[in-house]
Design a protein around this ligand. Sequence first.
Ligand SMILES: [Zn+2]
Length: 451
Amino acid sequence: MCSLKHTGAAYQKCINPDCGAEFDCGEVIFKCPKCGELLDAQYNWDKVPVPDRLSDFAKRWANRDNRLDFSGVWRFRELLDFCPDQHKVTIGEGQTILQQNCAIAEYLEMKADCLYLQYEGLNPSGSFKDNGMAAAFSHAMMVGAKSCACASTGNTSASVALYAHSCGLKCAVFIGSGRIAFGKLSQAMDYGAQTIQIKGDFDDCMRQVQAVCSKLGLYLLNSLNPFRLEGQKTIMYRIIEGLGWDVPDWIIVPGGNLGNSSAFGKAFYELKQLGLIERIPRMAIINATGADTLTDLVNNKKLIWNNGQVDQQIIDDYYADLTARNFSPHTCASAIEIARPVNLKKCLRSIDICDGIVRAVSDEEICDAKAIIGKYGLGCEPASAATIAGLKHLLAEGVVEKDQRVACVLTGHPLKDPNVTVNYHKEKQGQFSNPPIEAPNDLEQIIKLIQ
Ligand SMILES: [Zn+2]
């Protein structure tokens, strides 16, 4: 693919401090060609017209007939200024809400006005991924990509398929056989993607898609792509916006491939560096116990960012053990069913930036929390509910205090995974199950049941 000059302010930089190689934003590389580490999008901030206050972004609400001002991603475009406006892609992503939820706060025995839910399921494809895809597809258009691919547990494939057809790109999505929620699979097929089911799990798909992309020159849309994470930063800007341009005390996010936690830490680091926020909130990343690589590495193996000098031996030994045991992750929260998270090191950096912590919750806890979010909120997919299940742990431990302001990121829509929901209720799997009541086709008896 051709190499274009960037807009002047942005460049790609290897996260390995011993390497630190820099590349033009017009290069399509996804991993540092010198050392193989992850890449960041970085900015020469003195060349970017960043507003003096975050609240200045609110003025764009008045120009909602401008497609970039309408987008919940590009509304903040100075904070992810890697691409000229003519290449920017939007399908109306990021019109999401921060809902204060007193009923769930009371269920958790928190102060009622302290809990907020960031509903990313309200995006066009029904998950937070659209934030990242708006940014990554803009980069794809900037570099003249003609076809693209991704590996997916489901949400990525739905989002990629939707953006690909709106950009006129050919698209292949790789999914693990039997490892994808029905709602998500239906979207990939409906949006016209070539859907390739590989006999294996997400980690197998991830390996194959990287090889296919480099062999066939396809544009890769996994969160390995640094521009995707630039789009996902805007979820944090919108939480700040929802709190009247203030930061919460805690951000709680599900941990799968660790793109979100990586993006959120970077967002806060940059905002602090720019003087746009005074303090950085703490972050809790919640794994499922059936896919708890991060929890194990951080809490038990004491893996840390260490100014970028991450102890690679700990990771290599851990993964070698997974391979030796033929380990495959298993959780009902399929969106976070990942054992080898590609953004691990960036996530460690975010933990360092945000004084972050990591916990794991069981599938049973996830399903109960999901039922509570459904009963008192707008609902969510299972992975999203790990946030409320994790928060319950953190309150019990006294790590999160009852009067601290907490924002939980609900990453996907409830209809993404109808099977988990239907089974939970119909099969009476949990304490909040609400099964349908069988009734005869008889008016009096129906009335009796309702009264
Ligand atoms: Zn490097």
